[in-house]
Design a protein. Structure first.
Ligand SMILES: C[S@@+](CC[C@H](N)C(=O)[O-])C[C@H]1O[C@@H](n2cnc3c(N)ncnc32)[C@H](O)[C@@H]1O
Length: 258
């Protein structure tokens, strides 16, 4: 009788926002021992280069309208490879549990009797603005922060009214609906002159930062492509000062008001 194959383990790994320098030690170590890597659209080739040589690399990026079919394929691949005794890395952009369906994959794997280890990653929501020189909180300027989705199916116009009370808003997946979101925020009482920034392809060599006002976004004058992190709030104006501080000698950063 053939010996039973021992089930492989699943590592649910956050790949960070793109720059491989932002991988955690845990992620690098796990990638080096996995037989199979299932990776998303926003995982960079530099990050993939940490996979064990000879590992099977499978692209499972989702595309508009095809998300559910791709998700079903991901569940199947995890189960098939783990049941064949392989160690599987599920490598997701940023942190796996922030707008990433990572918790669904975790729960599903446990239901299938597969051991799971979570390795959190640096979310683009935090790391991308930081490396662009935007502190998301700042004494006297911003004492509250919300990370929200701008995806049309997950949020309606009324939801923006709820978010409007927070000092700094970080919007993921907000490029497509930016105009209606900005309009809704202004209607909910947000200052039209409030500074905003889109950080496109953050942390990568091709990063682009577009600064504007909320009213500018609402009027459709801002050109930006996905993926981008959209920061809304007075903290955006600190960017020029902090970057000047890093590069040349500086004016003092904004004085806290309290
Ligand atoms: C499906 S969500 C996944 C978020 C991810 N789990 C995280 O924690 O960063 C994808 C969104 O993350 C943002 N994003 C991820 N990586 C990015 C990057 N390098 N630059 C700018 N935005 C990024 C964009 O808003 C994009 O639409």
């Amino acid at each position: 009788m053939a010996a039973e194959v021992q089930r492989g383990k699943l590592y649910l790994i956050g790949a960070g926002p793109g720059d491989a320098e932002l991988l955690t030690l845990g992620a690098v170590r796990a990638l080096a021992r996995c037989d199979v890597v299932l990776y998303d659209r926003l995982v960079s080739p530099e990050v993939l280069s940490y996979a064990q040589p000879g590992a099977e690399l499978i692209y499972v990026g989702k595309h508009e309208g095809d998300q559910d079919r791709t998700q079903a394929r991901i569940f199947d691949l995890i189960r098939d490879r783990a049941y064949a005794g392989k160690t599987v890395a599920r490598l997701k952009g940023g942190d796996p549990l922030i707008f990433g369906r990572g918790a669904e994959e975790w729960a599903r794997a446990l239901e299938e009797g597969i051991e799971v280890e979570l390795i959190p990653g640096l979310s683009s929501a935090l790391a991308v603005p930081a490396l662009a020189g935007i502190p998301l909180t700042y004494r006297g300027v911003s004492s509250s922060l919300a990370v929200v989705t701008g995806h049309c199916c997950a949020i309606d116009v009324n939801a923006w009214a709820k978010h409007a009370a927070v000092d700094t808003l970080v919007v993921l997946m907000g490029v497509t609906n930016r105009q209606s979101a900005a309009t809704a925020l202004i209607r909910a009482g947000r200052n039209p002159d409030e500074p905003v920034a889109f950080i496109e392809r953050g942390t990568l060599a091709s990063e682009r930062v577009i600064e504007a006002t909320l009213a500018g976004v609402a009027s459709g004058e801002v050109e930006v492509a996905s993926p981008a992190v959209w920061v809304i709030g007075e903290v955006v104006q600190l960017r020029g000062k902090l970057r000047a501080t890093a590069q040349e000698s500086p004016e003092p950063v904004l004085e806290p008001q309290a």
